[in-house]
Ligand binder design. Structure first.
Ligand code: FES
Ligand SMILES: [Fe+2]
Length: 452
């Protein structure tokens, strides 16, 4: 069991907190790129407990500044976009994307006051439909060359959703392979053809068995966890019979992301970004190895649940997540409908804003969570001591982080160790954008990964 101090250490991410120092060594999703579409590309953003204003200037460059004006503290999120920057609506001070004050129009003619005024400013870049900000000191790290960043634009789709709880419990549901057999259980199977864009509904790769049936009938997975260069690999095995085993390979992407399969064609790479210590956003990039992503369908599907402008779920604590006891008796494990995002959101929000880990009892099925927390503490120590933590990369190293292999399928009970790599490599090689085979796998499967 964990002490309160330990729980605080791994959950709190303000500027003075150790885990906050760790988080500030990474690019953080600050907004979806399309949140700045429209005539006034200015948006208030709260990230890691701090308030900022995000904007795109007249030259198309992005800026992220502290939100309170350095003159007398008015809110720059209500500012005017003009003259190459963002102008405070109170007395007209103008700031460029680097935070330099360019004009203080109420000051006497010839005043030099603005020269010495600089608002804190942070770099922002767009990658795969997300605007990423770097809140740390020094040079920002390089992006790893993982699939969701390598895939061309037509093959990715980005979305987000708000969760009313600490980032860590939102992440931990994604490295908990056992929960899918319970929380996401459906008592009946759907036609897999109607499954586009949905998780756990299609047939598992290499089989006619719907994923819903496998998860329902084989609920005691064997979970293997390996440390990797990017975080952890989880392999969950569900033994069907002597011949067949369901294999699901997911990844923890350090510090606050995961990569999971959505269907035979797509994966989801998802980060759990602290707004503050009691609220987070999930940001996801859906990556297709098959046809280009049907972005409109995927967005429309998600907008049925998530409400703009804040991407808040329509099913939430205020309406019991749509809980229906009759449905719980006959259709689903939760009684909260078919959308697995709702299930996950209920699970993590119902634990409280910051889960009280001094009262939990972990079992063997929680082994990935246990190992992740150990890793997190170790990397927090590194960050606090000024060393580079895991996956805070320089350019050269960033190129060596590829993949990661992520899949779901039914393979041989004897030979699953090779099978999941083969499935992943075949999909990469068939992808229209020729997704690179991660080096680690290329060395283990030279017959498959060598170029023909
Ligand atoms: S408070 Fe912003 S210009 Fe005065
Ligand atoms: Fe889940």
């Amino acid at each position: 069991m964990m002490s309160q101090e330990q729980n605080d250490l791994i959950t709190r991410t303000g500027p003075a907190d150790p885990a906050g120092k760790l988080m500030r060594k990474y690019w953080q999703p600050a907004a979806l790129a399309d949140e700045l579409d429209g005539p006034r590309p200015v948006k208030a953003v709260k990230l890691l407990g701090e308030d900022f204003v995000l904007f795109r200037d007249e030259n198309g460059a992005y800026g992220l500044l502290d939100r309170a004006c350095p003159h007398r503290g008015a809110d720059l999120a209500f500012g005017r976009l003009e003259n190459g920057g963002l102008r405070c609506a109170f007395h007209g001070w103008l700031f460029d994307k680097d935070g330099q004050c360019l004009e203080t129009p109420a000051e006497p003619e010839g005043s030099n006051l603005c020269r010495n005024i600089r608002q804190r400013a942070f770099p922002v870049v767009e990658r795969s439909g997300i605007l990423w900000a770097y809140l740390g000191e020094g040079e920002p790290p390089a992006f790893p060359e993982i699939d969701c960043f390598v895939a061309p634009e037509p093959y990715t789709f980005a979305f987000k959703g708000r969760i009313e709880c600490n980032w860590l419990q939102a992440l931990e549901v994604g490295i908990d392979p056992a929960h899918a057999s319970f929380l996401h259980r459906f008592f009946h199977d759907e036609d897999p053809k109607a499954a586009y864009g949905k998780q756990f509904r299609a047939a598992s790769a290499g089989s006619e068995l719907p994923m819903t049936r496998i998860l329902r009938e084989y609920d005691r997975p064997i979970i293997n966890v390996e440390r990797t260069e990017y975080g952890m690999r989880l392999i969950a095995l569900r033994l069907i019979d002597d011949e067949r085993t369901h294999v699901r390979v997911t990844n923890q992407l350090f510090p606050h992301g995961f990569v999971i399969p959505m269907s035979a064609e797509m994966t989801i790479t998802q980060w759990h970004v602290p707004v503050d210590d009691e609220t987070c956003y999930w940001y996801a990039i859906f990556t297709s190895y098959g046809a280009p992503v049907d972005k409109k369908t995927m967005r429309d599907q998600r907008l049925e649940l998530y409400q703009l402008p804040d991407y808040v779920s329509r099913k939430n604590k205020t309406n019991d997540y749509g809980f229906d006891p009759h449905e719980q008796a006959t259709e689903t494990y939760t009684g909260m409908g078919a959308d697995i995002n709702v299930h996950d959101q209920w699970a993590v929000e119902s634990m409280g804003r910051i889960q009280d880990r001094t009262r939990e009892h972990l079992g063997q099925s929680d082994k990935a969570i246990i190992q992740y927390r150990r890793l997190l503490k170790q990397e927090i120590e590194k960050a606090v001591s000024g060393a580079r933590p895991l996956l805070s990369l320089d350019e050269a190293h960033a190129r060596s982080i590829q993949g990661p292999a992520t899949m779901d399928g039914i393979g041989p009970t004897r030979g699953w160790e090779i099978y999941w790599m083969e499935v992943d490599v075949k999909r990469r090689r068939a992808a229209p954008w020729a997704a690179p085979v991660p080096e680690e796998i290329a060395t283990k499967l030279p017959h498959l990964s060598a170029a023909e």
